[in-house]
Design a protein around this ligand. Structure first.
Ligand SMILES: Cc1cc2nc3c(=O)[nH]c(=O)nc-3n(C[C@H](O)[C@H](O)[C@H](O)COP(=O)(O)O)c2cc1C
Length: 204
């Protein structure tokens, strides 16, 4: 419902990270924003299945790395298309630093990091919204921040489309292709976990 209209909203892109009980993870989100100035607070929104979200729930702390226009698709693949439940995303990852509170965060392709302490958790059904006090932050570069539109136009790999062939469906978020004429209404993208409403019909 109203998919086209919703796609006209503007977003940034971020690596959201957290650590608890000796474990850490990070995931790509487009849902981060400043919500108040005094006190300085941010909101983020994370799926209930997200391992990063589960770590935030335990530690009551998270870091947002603001992705910039030099961020490449590897960063999205690493943090956005696999879960910390299956892989330790920060273990052999060289492009990270740690806040004084011990939370790892993405450095390459990011122009700032912002750490927050959770003030409120709001249950939105599929997602949890966390509102946090900004407790620490720093600038990493002066490269402009990447918008969601910039990601679609310049970072996400483009797939050649054929005029004729078999009908399939492509996830507009990450490019995953579902091979089949009929996409089940409850289909969830195995890479980025976005729903069937974020798929567009293509020919392959
Ligand atoms: C462009 C893009 C935007 C995304 N935005 C969100 C988001 O706002 N919230 C969310 O929970 N997941 C979002 N995701 C999906 C998560 O990054 C993905 O499910 C990730 O694998 C979760 O990892 P984790 O289980 O280690 O936390 C997005 C993915 C991509 C590629």
């Amino acid at each position: 419902m109203f998919e086209k209209e919703m796609r006209n909203l503007t977003y940034g892109l971020f690596v959201l990270s957290a650590a608890a009980d000796g474990k850490s993870s990070g995931c790509i989100i487009n849902t981060a924003m400043q919500v108040t100035d005094t006190p300085l607070k941010m909101a983020i929104c994370v799926n209930k299945n997200s391992f990063t979200g589960q770590l935030i729930r335990k530690s009551r702390r998270f870091v947002v790395s603001v992705l910039d226009e030099k961020a490449d698709f590897d960063i999205f693949r690493h943090f956005g298309f696999q879960s910390g439940k299956d892989v330790d995303k920060f273990a052999d990852w060289k492009e990270k630093a740690e806040t004084p509170d011990g939370v790892p965060y993405q450095t390459r392709g990011a122009n700032a990091w912002i750490e927050c302490e959770v003030d409120e958790e709001i249950d939105l059904g599929t997602h949890l919204m966390y509102i946090g006090f900004v407790t620490n932050a720093d600038i990493l570069s002066d490269v402009p921040s990447a918008s969601y539109t910039y990601y679609h136009e310049h970072i996400k790999p483009r797939q050649e489309e054929k005029k004729e062939g078999r009908k399939a469906w492509r996830c507009i978020i990450c490019g995953y292709i579902y091979e089949g004429a009929d996409l089940p209404a409850d289909f969830i993208c195995p890479w980025c976990k976005h729903p069937a409403s974020d798929f567009e019909p293509i020919m392959i």
